[in-house]
Design a protein around this ligand. Structure first.
Ligand code: PLP
Length: 389
């Protein structure tokens, strides 16, 4: 992240950069909103906006009409407030007692996953003479955070007694909504409804109900309820290979660099650490200034491809901390030619899913792993005309 007072022009900024199309992010939010309506959208911007940049993504989502924002950590929420964002922000993660006053001072929405935590929130709010905004968290089959669905009545009862708490929402989280087999997700949804019947039985107003992540937005319309919580789908990426993108969302992020060095590698002269790559014929090779120190996984060594002059070329040898070598074979490239690591170039595309497959991980980790050493540049394109078939 460039935090000094220096201003960098596009020319002088590091050639290894991420370009984020805010116009595309906005269209993705709108496509999701249209699909789930009348449910509203809580835009999930945790983990630096899935690598796209926390603050610019959050501003875009708010302007595009998101109901609220979701983050994992108190610290992420505080950065949003510092940036002047006044929209409701739900923090999903567990809370430490010592953090509660900070949540309250900044009007952040807390997750109450147990009676004990609810009482701590209530007491802290009472001490400050204010009302805390809370969403109750029900565990319906993830075994991560939240009161078990079979003991949830205790938490709901306690929340009715808590004088300094306003229960604005009640939520749960799917473990397998991006799978081809939705049996477990359906079971979780049924358990959630069972918990929610508490309000109906007592003729009490039901708080905002939400459970749908990206997989459920795509595959389980009956789970949309009052609010949906898309993360990866907002960024135009599918939550899994088993879960096709059936909404008109597209990736908004391009990760690129340039050719920093060109040489010919002679047969028998190994490339990079560990000498894991060696050729039996002379090849043209370029060096690109990106590495695992930027979040370009070392597991991509000898596996990934990049795009140069509209052609795919493989990484040769191990990915270093700050550099990689790319084998052009007989192809051409010149100093400062653009190198696309993730995204389009001419007719070719490398998806986050492709990098995930090569590195043995998931697209979520590819995106969130691009670290803050890589400058983010923001653009805004007009919608592409629909492809002719
Ligand atoms: C991260 C997260 C989401 C978003 O998940 P995606 O699969 O990216 O849509 C939604 N809800 C909670 C509680 C989360 O932690």
């Amino acid at each position: 992240m460039l935090t000094s007072g220096d201003s960098f022009s596009d020319e002088s900024i590091r050639p290894t950069r991420v370009e984020v199309d805010l116009g595309q992010l906005r269209r993705n939010l709108q496509a999701i909103q249209q699909h789930v309506g009348p449910a509203r959208v809580m835009a999930v911007v945790k983990a630096n906006g899935y690598g796209h940049g926390l603050i610019p993504v959050a501003h875009e989502m708010v302007q595009a009409g998101a109901h609220s924002l979701g983050v994992a950590l108190l610290e992420e929420a505080l950065l949003l407030r510092e940036a002047g964002i006044t929209t409701p922000i739900l923090v999903f993660g567990g809370i430490a007692e010592t953090q509660i006053p900070l949540f309250l001072r900044h009007q952040l929405t807390l997750t109450a996953p147990s009676v004990e935590k609810l009482h701590l929130i209530d007491a802290a709010a009472a001490a400050m003479g204010i009302t805390a905004r809370v969403h109750l968290k029900i565990d319906t089959g993830m075994e991560r955070l939240g009161i078990h669905y079979y003991s949830a009545e205790r938490l709901l009862e306690a929340s009715l007694q808590a004088r300094h708490v306003c229960v604005e929402g009640i939520y749960s989280h799917f473990a397998n909504a991006d799978a081809a087999d939705l049996a477990h997700a359906r079971l979780q949804l049924a358990r959630f409804h069972e918990v929610l019947s508490f309000y109906e039985k007592r003729s009490l107003p039901t708080p905002l109900r939400h459970i749908a992540n990206s997989g459920a937005i795509l595959q389980l319309p009956e789970s949309h309820l009052d609010l949906v919580r898309p993360g990866i789908l907002l960024y135009g990426v599918s939550p899994s290979r088993e879960c096709p993108l059936t909404l008109p969302v597209r990736p908004a992020l391009t990760w690129k660099s340039h050719v920093a060095y060109f040489k010919v590698v002679q047969p028998g002269h190994p490339v990079s650490y560990g000498s894991t790559w060696i050729s039996d014929h002379p090849v043209r090779m370029v060096t690109v200034p990106v590495g695992y120190g930027d979040g370009y996984f070392r597991a991509l060594s000898n596996k990934a491809q990049v795009l140069i002059r509209g052609q795919r070329h493989p990484i040769a040898g191990r990915v270093c901390m700050d550099q990689v070598m790319v084998n052009l074979e007989w192809g051409t490239a010149y100093y400062r030619d653009e190198v696309v690591l993730l995204g389009h170039q001419d007719e070719e595309t490398i998806l986050a899913e492709d990098l995930a497959d090569w590195a043995g991980t998931i697209a979520y980790e590819v995106l969130t792993n691009i670290n803050t050493r890589v400058p983010r540049i923001y653009t805004r394109t007009e919608p592409k005309p629909p492809a002719l078939s």
